[in-house]
Write a protein that binds this ligand. Structure first.
Ligand SMILES: [Zn+2]
Length: 323
């Protein structure tokens, strides 16, 4: 077997550094936008809508997009979720839940199983049936490295001790922890779901796994004929965002510092959608023990989306929010 190697921090597939990868794919995507394109919100939703939410970890799908998921289901459309990791890399979770300072691979895999159960419960509340829930099981904290140093050479997760997806009964069980395998499995999900609308993390997000998920989405969709509409969201928005922290169900989300220049557009939630979002967030018992204030901060009167993965020079400014 021929194994391609690459200098540290570079993609074995194309030789680009993570920063260059980000610039390359975002530039390619933005250049493909129609001339004069500006930020746009969520396209019209109806019974023909097939939604795919790209979630780096269990809980992101609810924090970012519960309102749109509920709207699609209510319209008679199809809603699907793909979780790229199973959340098996949180040392803080291990510390609080297992009361252990040492990372124990068995315990981390148990944590992943718990987080997948919680994700299934949250997805069910939002109306996403088990057949549209796709768990890939790639390494938490390792997605960006998969797209660079470990595109063909398997990555070793120091959290779980795994070099391949260790979770049985998942979509990618047994597949190697490589970027090319991740790309292939993500493409298989796209083939299965055939989305008309994809909601993916913005490559501007502060969390490396989220940035990688955005790049992966751009990378795979840019090779497809007739790609679906894509909207980008941010969960780790920088500088203590969302403010104020905690449950404030009558407030809209403020604009995240890292979303500057994306032209984020508000998608207003009905009170019932917001209530369902709260119910779904509360399914994440393991996370509520650790970061409840952060999670509850996303249960607001709206969600924010952009058609731009990164800001375009000189355009657009955030549209004024009608009040
Ligand atoms: Zn996340």
């Amino acid at each position: 077997m021929t194994i391609r190697t690459a200098p540290a921090g570079r993609c074995a597939g194309c030789g680009l550094s993570p920063a260059a990868l980000l610039v390359f794919f975002c530039a390619a995507w933005c250049l493909a936008l129609p001339s004069g394109a500006s930020a746009a919100g969520i396209p019209p939703i109806d019974s023909e809508t097939s939604l795919l939410v790209v979630s780096p970890h269990p809980d992101d799908e609810t924090l970012c997009c519960a309102g749109v998921i509920r709207r699609v289901v209510a319209a008679g459309g199809r809603a699907s979720i793909v979780w790229l990791t199973s959340g098996d890399g949180s040392e803080l979770d291990s510390l609080v839940i297992e009361r252990s300072l040492r990372v124990n691979p068995g315990k981390m895999r148990d944590l992943a199983a718990m987080r997948m159960r919680e994700a299934r419960a949250a997805a069910s509340i939002l109306g996403v049936p088990p057949g549209r829930q796709f768990f890939l099981g790639y390494p938490d904290g390792g997605l960006l490295t998969l797209l660079t140093d470990h595109f063909t050479i398997p990555y070793y997760s120091r959290f779980t001790g795994a070099v391949r997806v260790p979770y049985p009964d998942t979509f990618a069980a047994g597949h190697p922890y490589t970027g090319e395998s991740l790309e292939r499995d993500f493409a298989r999900v796209l083939d299965r779901v055939r989305p008309t609308l994809v909601l993916a993390p913005s490559p501007q997000d502060e969390h490396p796994d989220h940035r990688a998920a955005g790049i992966l989405t751009l990378q795979v969709l840019s090779r497809r004929h007739d790609p679906p509409a894509v909207r980008f969201w941010i969960v780790h928005g920088g500088l203590g965002w969302p403010r104020p922290r905690g449950l404030h169900m009558k407030l809209p989300l403020s604009r995240p510092p890292r979303g500057h220049g994306l032209g984020l557009v508000a998608f207003d939630l009905h009170p019932t959608e917001e209530a369902d979002k709260l119910k779904a967030v509360r399914q994440y018992h393991s996370q509520m023990r650790v970061i409840s204030s952060f999670l509850l901060s996303f249960v607001r009167t709206d969600e924010l989306y952009s058609s731009l993965p990164v800001p375009l020079p000189g355009r657009p400014k955030e549209p004024a929010r009608p009040r």
